[in-house]
Structures are given as C-alpha cells and as structure tokens.
Design a protein around this ligand. Structure first.
Ligand SMILES: *[C@@H]1O[C@H](CO)[C@@H](O)[C@H](O)[C@H]1NC(C)=O
Ligand SMILES: *[C@@H]1O[C@H](CO)[C@@H](O)[C@H](O)[C@H]1NC(C)=O
Length: 263
C-alpha cells in the first residue's frame, strides 16, 4: 500500500505538540517516556502537577491512556487537546483547572500503540474496519495482554489476612513465562508499579459504552458472571458521572449496539 506521509510524521507532530505544551507551562508540566513500542517509538507521557516530576504526599495520581488500539484514534486526539487545555486554562487563571492541577498529579499517555496508529493513519479511514491495525506490531491486542488478576483476587479472598487493595503482578508474567508480554504492556505495568495511581481511564473508540473493573470474570470459564471489585460503588458512581455528562450517552433515545465482549 502506498503511504501518504513519511512514516515518522504522525509521531513527530504529537511529540512536538506535547513538548511545546510542556515548554509553555514548565512550572506545572513536563514530558517523559515510559518505554518504547515494538518498533522503537517512545511512549511519551505529559504530566501536570504543581510539582512536576515528584509525588507529593496525599496528592492523588491520575493516569489517562489513549489509542491502546491503533485504529481507535479519538482518545489520542482528545488527550492531546486535554493537555493543551490544561496548560492554557491554567495560564488564563481558570480557577477550577488551577485547583485540579494544584491538588492532583495527572499523567497523560495519548498513544499507547503508536505502531498500530501509524499504519491505521497512513491507510486512512476508508481501509479501516474495527479490527485493522488494532493490535501492536507483534499482532498482540494490548487490551488482552495484561494479566488477569481477577480470578486470583477471588481465590485469595477466601483466606484470612488477605489484602484486597494490592495484588502484585506475578513474577512469571514479567518475564514472559505465561504469555508474550508486549513492550507497550510491559512499559505500562512498570509505570503502574512506580506510581501510586489511584484512578485511571483508557479511552477507546467505536462504541458508546463505559466499562469499569472488573471487566473479566471471577471464573474464567463463565465469562458473564457478575464480578464486582470491592470498590464497585465508587466505580459505578464514576461511570454514571461520566455518562451523565455525555449528551449522547445520557440520552435515552440513543440507539445502542452493545455486543458485550468485543473490547
Ligand atoms: C495554584 O497554585 C499557584 C502556585 O502556588 C497559585 O499561584 C495559584 O493561585 C493556585 N491556584 C488556585 C486556584 O488555588
Ligand atoms: C432515562 O432512563 C432512565 C432509566 O430508565 C431514567 O431513570 C431516566 O429518568 C431517563 N431519563 C430521561 C431524561 O428520560
């Protein structure tokens, strides 16, 4: 297939916007890379906080990820806009935005799958079904590549003294023993381990739905079994808040095409 642009262009544009944004707001922002994709592209994060680069005691750490599926591009675009919005509104004196940045630390990874994006974008939307260029360059679906801690959680819960607020990712997974761990997945797991994130979201595209943990089942062989986390109430409230603020989602007349298991 012929490509419309030289390969690195999309990535360069995004990097340049993120770096310019951080340069415009150096007192509340910085960029850093959490690792590289299969094809060696940096997974670039932009961070907002009144103390960039540092965890402040009791300040909630927030993580936002876009474009985990290469062809789901809206999240990437929205997160780039969000970064620009946070910077410019802070400078303009928007009190709400200043309060958010002064009291939290927000990390934004607009593209977790720059390799998939590059192919999807160079092919253009006419060639793009929902599965094309969704995976990374190893053909791994990154949304299926994280370890399943849900059945482990439910198994261990039967024992006394079990900590339900933290289950470490098992060692065999880190070293590719269980299945092949994509470098993009590995980078995000390391990122999660080194920052005490209290909340996060991954923006997908192509369907009108919010899913919240646990999104797998307590018994892997019974896919649709109701398997709440101990934080079910909070997650429901967050999902509800998001949906209610979304005009199309909150409209009861909106047609829905929810098949339940394609994400
Ligand atoms: C946020 O912090 C900055 C720097 O300390 C301060 O100048 C600004 O007034 C604060 N904004 C709000 C809304 O608290
Ligand atoms: C939409 O449907 C829900 C659930 O049936 C209901 O609680 C809500 O009031 C409805 N909203 C409107 C605007 O009709």
């Amino acid at each position: 297939k012929s490509r419309k642009w030289p390969l690195p262009t999309y990535l360069m544009v995004m990097f340049s916007i993120l770096k310019k944004t951080a340069a415009k707001c150096p007192h509340i922002s910085q960029t850093y890379s959490i690792g590289r994709s299969v094809e060696g592209k940096d997974l670039l994060v932009i961070e907002f906080s009144d103390n960039p680069g540092q965890h402040d005691l009791l300040e909630p750490e927030i993580k936002l990820i876009g474009n985990m599926h290469g062809n789901e591009v809206l999240g990437r675009q929205l997160l780039i806009y969000l970064a620009q919005y946070l910077c410019s509104e802070y400078l303009l004196g928007n009190e709400r935005i200043q309060t958010i940045i002064n009291t939290t630390r927000i990390h934004i990874l607009p593209s977790m799958n720059p390799d998939g994006y590059e192919i999807a974008a160079s092919e253009g939307h006419e060639y793009n079904g929902w599965t094309s260029d969704r995976a990374n360059a190893q053909n791994l679906d990154l949304n299926r590549n994280f370890p399943d801690l849900i059945s482990i959680f439910y198994n261990r819960r039967r024992f006394r003294h079990f900590r339900s607020d933290h289950i470490p990712i098992f060692e065999s997974y880190w070293i590719n023993k269980v299945e092949v761990v994509a470098p993009e997945t590995y980078a995000v797991m390391k990122w999660i381990r080194s920052n005490p994130f209290i909340i996060s979201a991954s923006l997908h595209g192509g369907e009108l739905v919010i899913s919240y943990p646990f999104d797998l089942s307590r018994r892997p062989q019974e896919e649709r079994m109701y398997s709440p986390t101990p934080d079910e109430q909070s997650f429901r409230q967050l999902a509800r808040t998001y949906a209610d603020a979304h005009p199309t989602m909150s409209n009861n007349d909106t047609e829905r095409w929810w098949y339940g298991d394609i994400y």
